[in-house]
Design a protein around this ligand. Structure first.
Ligand SMILES: *[C@@H]1O[C@H](CO)[C@@H](O)[C@H](O)[C@H]1NC(C)=O
Ligand SMILES: *[C@@H]1O[C@H](CO)[C@@H](O)[C@H](O)[C@H]1NC(C)=O
Ligand SMILES: *[C@@H]1O[C@H](CO)[C@@H](O)[C@H](O)[C@H]1NC(C)=O
Ligand SMILES: *[C@@H]1O[C@H](CO)[C@@H](O)[C@H](O)[C@H]1NC(C)=O
Ligand SMILES: *[C@@H]1O[C@H](CO)[C@@H](O)[C@H](O)[C@H]1NC(C)=O
Ligand SMILES: *[C@@H]1O[C@H](CO)[C@@H](O)[C@H](O)[C@H]1NC(C)=O
Length: 831
């Protein structure tokens, strides 16, 4: 009997526990609350509301997700988050509703309000209900109208568009509905990207990074956005809709068959993905992705040009009748300037329109639209207005109706394989008549140029053979000479020195007194800094010229060799991205090098400083990266000497008054012969954070060690962070390791310096990160050489996949990393 009573008590206890923990209700009323750990479930068990902790995040959030996703919480599963920017630090959060009808998310531990819905009005007896659509609504408890809401979560979309949600604007209240990405896969905070309808001209759908458009789906043509040919209106499962009337303008989609689940997610790496639930795998599978190819980048080809992906990588082409604005730039695939009319438009009734079939219509932000007139009337309107550049039907249904007019440059046109539209572009009559003769002359020109090529090739081959023969003869002669004069060449440096003095050393020998008076006798106020081998001063010569003087410290016996080295090497080098040595001074026991003065100091002065970094926008940074690359290319390949710098780093890149980079400090540079590809040393010198693994560990250096340093520099420029001393809460990796992790997680955008304004093209900056990772690969043989890097930086070609970087988990050299910052060190004496 006692056993039976126990059983009954247990049963009641158990059922009590299940009731309180699952609380399988879809409604919160006054006085009730949802605590962390409890859930609100929609009536048909499709959606769930509760607290979650995404990925590695330490905070907790209140969100709504498909119940079948269970505990998987990241940007593709969680459909809506209440407290996006304010995570709850413990598990004391709870959601309740107050008497005014406002949902309130509070922390019980601190009694702070984390989030609240704050509706503009209030009502009697409010309740909150999680609907089957995933919409969390607040309404009157006795209200029988199912659509009368005081507040609804569908009005505040996050990164997910569920069926029935709107993307657009309520013209009466001014409320906008748009998607905004998460900061990263597992950080719901407001991210970089938005997907929203733009109402200027004819409404269009844009994907933006901050204020900057990075992708344009285009204007609605009755069936789809003009740039989304695959959006099929007769889809048996999903219906797409665009509504534009006096009260609202919006885009929405709905599911015809309740057994199918589909949603649109704007992810943290700038893609709008349509996902479909697949029962067999129990996952969300990607159904389509926008943008999907190179031609989708907004305005890739500039004005009056069209992007044709079949011609990749040379994708841009002027519209017929147009010619590149800057032909030189166009040739090197620098398309942004676009194209201009080839012939002057007389602007009278002799003008004609050329029809372009199957295109994505140009940007309609500045267009004029009338949905009620025919194409013929549209043409007439355009012809009668000199500033009208093109026209098209605004609606493609019923064979085409309505009229769209463009008044300025035509931007962001591309050819589409299917479902494109017809665009009529104004050209001079002569262009239209001349088309056939033009084609002819083109082919004739091609014949001529083919002939030319044959001639050029033959000439080249013949002269190359001539050069070879000549070279052979000279080589044989020299060899004889060298064998005879072997003793002469043993004092390599001195000989070189001699040679350069007589040969081409245009070095000025400065008088010590001149230098002393230029620097006020090396006054402290003129001291610019302290390099590895001694202080650097600023000086002003009598004529007013400003110079920088590197004075080797007398006490360091070290440095004499480096001094000689630098004089010999740099005196022979002339390149706009190398700092210019003006002369030297070697009186008494002083050794000084005199350089041109760089008013903007060095790169590290800017790039690692919070305020100064902001002055370097992306165009400046990429210009600096390009300049350093060209300087290195010159050192490695193009100069008469082949030189490995061995100490490339941010503080060795100086900036002139136009922020042009100049590589400096050749104290450690090594010259190598043309056929020599690497050297070895048992004195490893350089700067930690920039040295390649094979150099630090084995003392082996080659041009590829410089490439490694360059790669580090690229990643530092993009992120604004130092490789050395980098730390992150998630891991122990350095900047390289961090970049590598983000890259593999497809989160490379997170590496981008937050202080950069939105002046950059995302694809360009991602490409830069990609190139940086290629340069810092573990294996020197995997790293590209400098000429390839320069091509990669300038070109559009596809890049190989990077392998694991060297030293990405570098915290192994800590005992040497102590205090000295950015001064060239020579600490290791391996083996
Ligand atoms: C808040 O904490 C107190 C004390 O632990 C507890 O009694 C109360 O039920 C909690 N309230 C909610 C809404 O969690
Ligand atoms: C605008 O369209 C919406 C959705 O179809 C509709 O509910 C609303 O009544 C319309 N407004 C007007 C003024 O036609
Ligand atoms: C809905 O889809 C399911 C599976 O795809 C199918 O079996 C069912 O017939 C469809 N129902 C309707 C009304 O189309
Ligand atoms: C696009 O490029 C392909 C391949 O060169 C060519 O066949 C096609 O005609 C081009 N399309 C247009 C519209 O120019
Ligand atoms: C249009 O202007 C051009 C150049 O000024 C002129 O040659 C042509 O006759 C004009 N045509 C008409 C129809 O006015
Ligand atoms: C041409 O169109 C522009 C833009 O709509 C308008 O401002 C201008 O007045 C028009 N010019 C004529 C001559 O109709």
């Amino acid at each position: 009997m006692a056993g039976f009573t126990m059983l009954i008590i247990c049963f009641f206890l158990l059922s009590y526990i299940t009731i309180t923990t699952t609380l399988s209700l879809d409604t919160i009323t006054l006085g009730q609350s949802i605590k962390d750990g409890e859930k609100l479930v929609s009536s048909g068990n499709v959606f769930e509301l509760g607290f979650f902790r995404p990925g590695k995040s330490s905070g907790r959030y209140l969100g709504i997700w498909y119940k079948k996703d269970g505990e998987k919480s990241d940007e593709t599963t969680v459909a809506w988050v209440a407290n996006r920017n304010k995570p709850i630090s413990d598990s004391s959060g709870f959601l309740s509703i107050n008497a005014q009808g406002s949902l309130v998310l509070k922390m019980n531990s601190t009694n702070n309000i984390v989030w609240s819905s704050n509706p503009s009005t209030s009502l009697q007896n409010p309740v909150a209900v999680l609907l089957e659509s995933g919409n969390l609504v607040v309404k009157g408890g006795n209200d029988k109208n199912p659509d009368n809401f005081l507040w609804q979560s569908f009005d505040y979309p996050g990164n997910t568009l569920l069926p029935g949600m709107k993307l657009g604007k309520n013209l009466v209240t001014g409320k906008k509905w748009f998607l905004s990405s998460w900061k990263s896969i597992d950080d719901p905070a407001l991210g970089y990207f938005t997907y929203q309808v733009d109402y200027r001209g004819s409404p269009q759908l844009f994907l933006r990074m901050g204020p900057k458009i990075i992708y344009r789906a285009g204007s609605w043509n009755g069936l789809r956005w003009t740039g989304t040919p695959l959006l099929e209106p007769k889809n048996p499962v999903i219906t797409y809709n665009f509504v534009s009337n006096e009260t609202e303008v919006f885009y929405t989609f709905n599911i015809r068959n309740r057994s199918v689940q589909s949603k649109l997610v704007l992810n943290s790496f700038a893609e709008a993905r349509r996902l479909k639930w697949i029962d067999s795998t129990q996952t969300w599978e990607r159904f389509s992705t926008l943008p999907y190819d190179l031609c989708e980048d907004y305005d890739r080809c500039g004005s009056s040009a069209s992007c044709n992906i079949s011609k990749s990588p040379d994708v841009c082409e002027c519209l017929e009748g147009f010619t590149p604005k800057s032909p030189g730039e166009w040739k090197i695939q620098e398309w942004t300037e676009g194209c201009v009319q080839r012939a002057q438009l007389p602007c009278n009734h002799s003008d004609r329109f050329r029809k372009h079939k199957e295109v994505k219509l140009p940007d309609t932000s500045l267009s004029w639209v009338d949905n009620d007139i025919s194409l013929a009337e549209c043409e007439k309107l355009c012809l009668n207005n000199c500033s009208c550049t093109a026209y098209a039907n605004s609606d493609v249904r019923e064979g085409g109706t309505g009229c769209l007019l463009w008044f300025r440059d035509l931007h962001d046109i591309r050819n589409l394989p299917v479902n494109g539209q017809d665009l009529y572009v104004r050209v001079a009559a002569s262009e239209l008549d001349n088309i056939d003769p033009m084609r002819q002359s083109n082919t004739r020109r091609r014949h001529i140029s083919e002939k030319k090529w044959v001639i050029i090739i033959v000439t080249c081959v013949v002269s190359a053979m001539g050069v070879l023969v000549l070279g052979w003869i000279i080589f044989m002669c020299k060899r004889k000479l060298r064998i005879q004069g072997k003793t002469h060449n043993s004092h390599d440096i001195n000989d070189n020195n001699e040679e350069s003095k007589t040969d081409d050393m245009e070095l000025l020998i400065f008088d010590l007194n001149t230098i002393a008076s230029a620097t006020d006798n090396f006054a402290d106020k003129n001291k610019l800094g302290e390099g590895g081998f001694g202080p650097v001063y600023k000086g002003t010569l009598m004529e007013g010229q400003e110079i920088a003087i590197k004075r080797l410290s007398k006490c360091s016996g070290q440095g004499v060799d480096e001094f000689k080295n630098e004089v010999i090497l740099i005196a022979k080098l002339q390149h706009r991205n190398l700092v210019k040595l003006l002369g030297c001074c070697t009186q008494r026991d002083e050794r000084m090098l005199i350089y041109e003065y760089m008013p903007n100091k060095s790169l590290d002065y800017f790039i690692f400083d919070k305020t100064r970094r902001e002055l370097l926008d992306w165009s400046k940074r990429i210009q600096i990266i390009g300049g350093i690359a060209r300087g290195l290319l010159y050192l490695h390949q193009d100069s008469r000497l082949r030189i490995i710098h061995r100490d490339l780093k941010a503080s060795n890149v100086l900036l002139d008054n136009e922020m042009n980079p100049k590589i400096s400090d050749f104290g450690l540079a090594k010259r190598f012969r043309g056929d020599q590809t690497k050297g070895e040393t048992n004195r490893v010198v350089g700067t930690y954070g920039y040295m390649s693994p094979e150099y630090v560990i084995d003392g082996v250096f080659s041009v590829k060690s410089d490439i490694f340093s360059f790669g580090v520099l690229i990643l530092e420029m993009v992120s604004g962070k130092r490789n050395r001393g980098f730390c992150h809460t998630d891991h122990n990796h350095n900047l390289l390791g961090h970049a590598w992790r983000l890259w593999n997680d497809k989160r490379a955008v997170e590496l981008i310096d937050q202080l950069l304004d939105y002046s950059y093209t995302l694809s360009e900056i991602l490409r830069c990160i990609h190139i940086g990772l290629l340069c810092v690969q573990q294996g020197p043989e995997d790293r590209p050489n400098m000429s390839t890097v320069v091509l990669m930086l300038g070109g559009e070609g596809s890049l190989p996949k990077p392998r694991q970087p060297g030293f990405f988990a570098e915290r192994i050299l800590t005992e040497h990393e102590i205090t000295i910052n950015d001064i060239t060190l020579s600490l290791l004496e391996p083996r």
